[in-house]
Write a protein that binds this ligand. Structure first.
Ligand code: ZN
Length: 252
C-alpha cells in the first residue's frame, strides 16, 4: 500500500489564493479521510475525486475550516446513495460550537423536514477514532481557547496539527517515531499560530527534520520558509507518507 497527504489548500485564513488549509489522507490513491472543510475545500475535493468525501474530521470551528460544511450538507442530502453515510468525526467538545456555527441555522432546507445532521453519520470522539481498521489519535492543540482545537495523528504515518502554537509534548507522545508532521507555520508567529522562530526554539533537530509546513501567509512566505531549509506543503501537492504502524497500545 502507499499513503499520501493531498493538500487541497495550505493558506492562512487571509491567504485565500493558497486555498483554505485542508488535506486528504489517500491510501493507494483513494481518498480515506478529509481533514477540514473550508469555503473552497469541497470544490477542490470534487475536482480531485469526482464525489463528496465519505469521511471527514474537523480540527476546529474557525470559518476557514468549516465554511464548506453547509454545501457538503446539500451535496450529501440530495444524493440518496450518500445521504446519512459520510462519517463525520469531531471532538465532543467542539460539538456545541459546530452546532451554533453551522448546524443550528433555522431551516437546514428552505422546504423544512430535515435536520442538518441527518445528512451525515455523526461520530463524536474524544481520544480518537477508528476508521477502516486504523486508529487515529485526536489530540488537543493550542489555538485560542483551550479545548477548541484538535490535531490528528496516525501512528507511524503522519500527524496533522491543525491551527496551533507549538506543541512539543504532544508531538513527542503521538508522533515520536517516523511520522511526517504537517505543522501550522508562517514566517511570523502570533498568539494563535506558530512562526518559524517558534519552530526553531521549541523543536529539536530530529523533530524539525520531519516537519512539513503549511498554513503560511503567502506564496512569498512559503518561499522564505523553504529558503530557510524547511519542507513546505503546496496547494494541490501530494506528499508520500510512511506506512502506518500498529495501533497504539491504548487505542480504542
Ligand atoms: Zn483557526
Amino acid at each position: 500500500m502507499n499513503w499520501h497527504l493531498h493538500f487541497l489548500g495550505v493558506g492562512a485564513a487571509h491567504a485565500v489564493e493558497l486555498g483554505s488549509s485542508a488535506v486528504v489522507l489517500e491510501r493507494d490513491g483513494e481518498p480515506l479521510l478529509l481533514i477540514d472543510c473550508g469555503p473552497d475545500t469541497l470544490d477542490r475535493y470534487m475536482a480531485a475525486y469526482g464525489a463528496p468525501p465519505r469521511a471527514v474530521f474537523i480540527t476546529h470551528t474557525h470559518m476557514d475550516h468549516v465554511a464548506g460544511l453547509e454545501r457538503l450538507f446539500f451535496k450529501l442530502w440530495f444524493d440518496e446513495r450518500l445521504r446519512g453515510t459520510t462519517k463525520f468525526f469531531v471532538h465532543a467538545a467542539l460539538l456545541p460550537w459546530l452546532q451554533m456555527r453551522v448546524a443550528d441555522y433555522p431551516g437546514a432546507l428552505a422546504e423544512g423536514g430535515v435536520n442538518y445532521w441527518e445528512a451525515f453519520r455523526l461520530l463524536p470522539c474524544t481520544r480518537g477514532f477508528w476508521l477502516d481498521g486504523l486508529w487515529f489519535d485526536v489530540v488537543a492543540t493550542r489555538h485560542h481557547v483551550p479545548g477548541t482545537s484538535y490535531g490528528i495523528a496516525l501512528a507511524g504515518c503522519f500527524a496533522y496539527t491543525g491551527d496551533t502554537r507549538p506543541i512539543p509534548e504532544i508531538l513527542g507522545q503521538y508522533a515520536g517515531g517516523q511520522e511526517l508532521i504537517a505543522h501550522d507555520c508562517s514566517l511570523m508567529g502570533n498568539p494563535s499560530h506558530t512562526g518559524i522562530d517558534d519552530i526553531e526554539r521549541e523543536y529539536d533537530q530530529s523533530l524539525r527534520s520531519r516537519l512539513l509546513l503549511y498554513h503560511y501567509g503567502s506564496a512569498a512566505d512559503g518561499a522564505a520558509l523553504a529558503a530557510r531549509g524547511y519542507r513546505i506543503a503546496e496547494t494541490d501537492g501530494r506528499v508520500a507518507l510512511p506506512e502506518p504502524g500498529a495501533p497504539r497500545p491504548d487505542a480504542g
